[in-house]
Design a protein around this ligand. Structure first.
Ligand code: PHE
Ligand code: FE
Length: 277
């Protein structure tokens, strides 16, 4: 992989599927202490902000004491939704990532950020991957969505449409909100693992919070270097699964001919999210 030299992480022992041993006993006491601080800060923020499915699974996971052993998590996760975690050195090629998802395996980066990256990190580390993503994998509908996404990724690659599909991942798996009677709640891992974006996503008057519409999302560019300007709100995880079950091939065809929507742009047909009743 030509990017490997620029990525953090040790790719030396990674095979074709990029899976490596987690080497849990190699984490230092400082790393476990940093994890505890990250975990504590983040869980304190979540009541009233994260969706119930996430909060319940996080509580059940009980990973506050230090960097978790993926092996331990796998026993419970396999039973709950048929998913398992595989340790990886860091970012992996798209196709390898999709293949794992399509077989209900979630790749989790093994290294933890440095103390000076407490508030912000560019590349996903074990805190983002585990704390942000893993609790949602316990939800049966969301778990199905993730597998469908993996299969969809393999298909999008064949159709040369990864850029369009990636927007769907970004605005759901990473930055998605869920509609509830008490207002929007977070299920996106990029928000849930961020010290600042939890409040921004829910309380700030600045960003748009729009009802999820598949093609609107797939047309919308995103920025990876700042809080989001637009969030999309789903009705339920079951609806997310059914809204994305159609064949994307004609959508890719159509969208290729259309200009992208800017991250902060409003378009005709947008519906602001209001609490359901
Ligand atoms: N239905 C999509 C397709 O035909 C696959 C997919 C499902 C992609 C769910 C993303 C999420 O390509
Ligand atoms: Fe992520």
């Amino acid at each position: 992989m030509e990017a490997a030299t620029k990525l953090r992480g040790d790719y030396g022992t990674a095979g074709e599927d990029y899976a490596v041993d987690q080497h849990w006993s190699d984490y230092s006491e400082e790393e476990h202490a940093l994890w505890r601080r990250l975990h504590q800060r983040q869980t304190a923020l979540l009541p009233g902000y994260a969706c119930d499915a996430y909060r319940e699974s996080l509580a059940r996971l009980d990973c506050s004491a230090g960097i978790p052993k993926f092996e331990d998590t796998n026993r419970a996760l396999k039973r709950a939704s048929g998913w398992s975690l595989v340790a990886v050195p860091g970012l992996i090629p798209d196709l390898v990532f999709f293949k794992h998802l399509s077989e209900r395996r979630f790749p989790v980066t093994r290294w933890l950020r440095r103390p000076e990256e407490f508030d912000y990190i560019v590349e996903p580390d074990v805190f983002h991957d585990f704390f942000g993503h893993v609790p949602m994998l316990f939800d049966p509908a969301f778990a199905d969505y993730m597998q469908a996404y993996g299969l969809g990724g393999l298909k999008a690659a064949r159709l040369d449409s990864l850029k369009i599909l990636a927007r769907l991942y970004w605005y759901t798996v990473e930055f998605g909100l869920l509609r509830t009677a008490r207002g929007p709640r977070i299920y996106g891992a990029g928000i849930l693992s961020s010290g600042g974006e939890v409040l921004h996503a829910i309380d700030s008057p600045h960003p748009r919070r729009l009802m999820f519409r598949l093609e609107r999302v797939m047309r919308t560019d995103y920025r990876i270097d700042r809080f989001q300007d637009t969030y999309f709100v789903i009705e339920s995880f079951e609806r997310l699964v059914s809204d994305t079950a159609c064949d994307f091939a004609p959508i890719y065809e159509r969208l290729r001919a259309q200009p992208a929507i800017a991250p902060d742009e409003a378009v005709q047909g947008d519906i602001a999210a209001v609490p359901d009743s």
